[in-house]
Every structure is written in C-alpha cells, then in structure tokens.
Design a protein around this ligand. Sequence first.
Ligand code: AGP
Length: 616
Amino acid sequence: MPSEGFLPPSLGRKRNMCGIVGYIGNHDAKEILLKGLEKLEYRGYDSAGLALISEAGVHVFKEKGRIADLRKAVDGNVFAPIGIGHTRWATHGVPSKVNSHPHQSATGRFTLVHNGVIENYELLKRKYLADVTFNSETDTEVIVQLVEKFVGEGLEVLEAFRKTLSLLHGSYALALLDAEENETIYVAKNKSPLLVGLGSGCNVVASDALAMLQVTDQFVELMDKEVVIVTKSGVIIQNLDGEVISRVPYTAELDASDIEKGTYPHYMLKEIDEQPAVMRKIIQTYQNDQGKLTIDQDIIEAMKEADRVYIIAAGTSSHAGLVGKQFIEKMAKIPVEVHISSEFGYNMPLLSERPFFIFISQSGETADSRSVLVKVKEMGCPSLTITNVPGSTLSREADYTLLLQAGPEIAVASTKAYTAQIAVLAILAEVTARRKGIDIGFDLIHELGLVANAMDVLCDSKELIEVIAREFLAVTRNCFFIGRGLDYYVCLEGALKLKEISYIQAEGFAGGELKHGTIALIEEGTPIIALATQENVNLSLRGNVKEVVARGANPCIISMKGLNMDEDSFVIPEVHELLTPLISVVPLQLLSYYAALHRNCDVDKPRNLAKSVTVE
Ligand code: AGP
C-alpha cells in the first residue's frame, strides 16, 4: 500500500483554476458574493455555487453554467451575513450541478469551497472515509468529509481542519463554514492564490483582490500552509502548528473602474482600445528624470553577465517572447532561446554556462511556467518574471520582477498584456544594450511614442476591420496567417487569437513554409491573412501570397505604409521596423474580435478556457 505521499505520476503537480470568495459582516452576503464571483469568472466558468448561513441554517445554491445562471437560482429572500462562493473550471468530474462547489459533509454541518487539486484524495478516501457515501466525483469532497470525521472523533473544528490539512497533498485555497457556529470562516492556502480583505465591520476572502474591491482595498497576502480564522471583527493568521503570524496589510492599487466594462460590449474590445494608453504608461514608468529608459540595476547586471537568455512562457506570452528574442539578440547581442514552459520542464535543453531565465506571464500564475521556475531555482540560475500581476506566484518566486503596467486584463484572450510584454522586453533589451556600451541606433522612447500614436489610429479603424472580418471570416472553417521574420511571430499570435475566441481552425506559418506541406489544405476561398511589414522580405512574402492565390485562396494582405501595394486590404501606419509587432497585431486582434461576434461566440469567455491556467 503506498503511503499518503505517493503521487500517481498523472496527478503530480497539478493545480486547478477556479475562484473563491467569502464574506462575513453585517450586510447581506449574497449580493457581495455574487458580484465577487462575477469578477472571478475569468478563472473558470463552467459551474458556480454559493453557501450562506442565515438564522434558519445553511443554504446552498449551485448551478451548471455561468454566474448569471447561479444568480437566477439563488433565493433572494435569504438574508445571510456570512457566506462563501465558488466559480469552477472542472478538473475532477464533469461540469455539473453535483460536482460544483460548495461541497458539504455527510451531515451537512460543514460546507467548503476549494481551488486546487488534492493529489492523494483517493488514498485518503480509502484510508479514512471508507464508510462515507460521497455525492460528487470531486477531490474536494474528501476535505470536507475529513473535517467532519475528525470533529466526530472529538476534535475542535480548528484542530480538525488543521489535521485535515496536514494530510493533504496538492494545492488548495479553502474556505470552510460550520453550520453550528455562524461567526467564522476557516481559511487555508497552499500553492493556490488566496487573499483576505479587511473591511469596515466585515472581512472577506478572495482568490483575487479584484473580486472584493467592492468592499475594501486593504488585503493581507497569505503564504502556503497558513490557516486563517476570519470573523467579522478580525483575522487571525496561524501556521499549521497554531502559532500566530502577524502580517501588515497592503493597499490593492487597483481602480474599480479598471475592472468594469463601462460602455464597452466586451472586455476584449475595451482592452484592445487601452493599448495606446498602456504604451504611454510603460514609457512613463520606465523612464528616469534624465529622460532615459531605466530598469533596476541588478536586473541589468544579471542580464549582462548571461551568455544566453532563456525565455519561458506559454500561449500568447510565448509569442511575445519570440519578438523579445529578436530585441535582445539585435540590441543587446545576447543569444536567446524561447521555450514553451510545458515542454521545457520535462525536456530541458543543454543549458549554457551562464544562463539567465526570463519568465513571461500576464497572470504570473501559469502552472507550466511555475514548475520550470521551481527547477531553475533548484539549479541556482538567476530569474526574472515579466508579469502584469504584482505579488503573483511567479513574481514572488523569481529573483526579479518587471511589471507590465497594463492594468487588469479580464478577457480570456490576451491583448494589451501581449503588447505590454513586447514593449517591456524592448526596454529591457535597450537598457541592457546601453549598459554594454552598444548603441542601438534609434531612440526607443520616441519610437514607442510613435507606436502609441499608431495604435490610436488602428483603434479608430474598427469599422473597416469589421467589414474585413465579415468578408473573410464570418463563414469560413479555417484560416491561415502567413508572414516572414517578425511578422511570422505575429501570425502565430493572430492565429491563436482567432482560434480561441471564434473557434475557426487557424494556423500561423512562416511565409515560405506553407509550400512544404500545408499548401495542400488551400481550397477555393480559403482565407489567407498575410502580414507585410518587413522590408527585407516584402517581395518574397508577396510571392508566397501569389502561390496560395494560384490555388484558390482568398488573400487579405495587411501591410505597413511604405511597403503597401494596390491589392492590400489594410495598411497600418509606419513605425520602426523592429517594433511592428506592437501595431500589426492590433488589426489581428480586432479581426478575431469581429469574427467571433459574427459567429455569435462568447468573446470574453470562450469555451473550455480560463484566464489563469494553473493546471499543468
Ligand atoms: C491568450 O490569449 C491565452 N488566453 C493564453 O494563451 C495565455 O497567454 C497563456 O495561457 C499564458 O498565460 P499567462 O501569460 O498568464 O502565463
């Protein structure tokens, strides 16, 4: 019989997404919790639930689907000053009402929400809970049943909770209610994000401060293996041995309006439009009093010492990394490798003698990237995280952090974080180059300013892009993006954007590569989106377009002013050749957006996805 520490390989190091909230105070919890869950819906949106304790007892509401569905299911007549809630991205068990959280113990006394994965749940079930009938297929139910079992054996609730936690292997952010004592939320965390918020006459719990900005901007960060007793008048943090830990709260520097859609129909459109302002904020943030770009000296020294930079990232962030590779190689003259994190962790290349690792992650929580960071730290290599989320796991665990300054990105499809990542990478490359005495030959601050202006122009071109989206993408089943050099990297991003929100089968290819096989897929009318912003390959790219047109493809050429030709569908303003990805991506983002709209897709919450991918 394996011990409780035994992990089946398939379950090792998994974490799930999901979002949790909790409220205890004098007001009615249900609306606060529902609003909080709406803000956390980016973390998972296949089912959701609430548990409230009123004078009449515990009320549990669950629904498959969105928070809007849960809202309809909640009984508006229940007044409860304490409650917990959950939005789920399914891992153990299909999305269903019965598998959705909260889960309850056999007698109904304890009610729990969980974000994470309990790797040894089957073992715990067999060892401690063989006589308990389980309702769901989830790993979570084991936790709540164990608490009840240990309380039944005579332990106080807190002791039973701690004993349960000591048996768990895996990740968890937990909030537990006891129906017999409606003045406490028991909270614990290990590897899954969780914060406690300090309100006036109330306290709250949330996976992300965004959810509870409606109540407070004062939050306390929790560390792994901590237990917290949250009442309406106070918060006590303890370690697993029961020793009290004091921690100073921080002010969440988020503007509540940043997380509202305002007059926009979708967050994605709002976030696309925010890109010029984000560019300007980045220029401002990374500029010193002498008008020079500046980055923490320790980061630059570490970069300068490196004989090779390894960029580790997933999805859109890895596409930004590909562009960053060009910057660092061309400006700072350091060789760069870009690896997708899910591969790097298990198939590590031969490393150079003095590697420097850069992790790029909008959320700072991506499990694939984090597992690489853990290994990189074990090897003693220096690491930098470029992220949008201060205090995120990847930020805390790397040696250094650079922030994107993009403001919260809510839509699942990343837009402004991608361009912010590219801009920060450009700045990092420029400052490193300058430290190495290399003249990059242009004024990056000035050029980024021009990029911001060009982005304004593109954001004002929505009507034309909508027409193009209707013509090329409204009814097609597939689409190819082609480009050469930097344009190729942007094509990868354009294709990912289109796939994830419009469900059109889309692929990005280097212009010269289609003819090596994929050209077989070109049929009469197949849309080809070609990017032409690189002067040295403009003519060869146009040759590639002719090859596919000869086979029936329907070409949509997006070129840069100065390189444009009569047949082009859309011309973007001219910017420095190295910085073209910052603007050529904007029409591609908008094309995806309008394609998704024309196809009646849920733009901000595409199927099967979640914003923070904390599953390996
Ligand atoms: C982007 O549109 C995607 N939703 C996805 O590829 C994302 O970029 C990827 O999961 C990495 O996330 P991160 O930047 O938060 O690490």
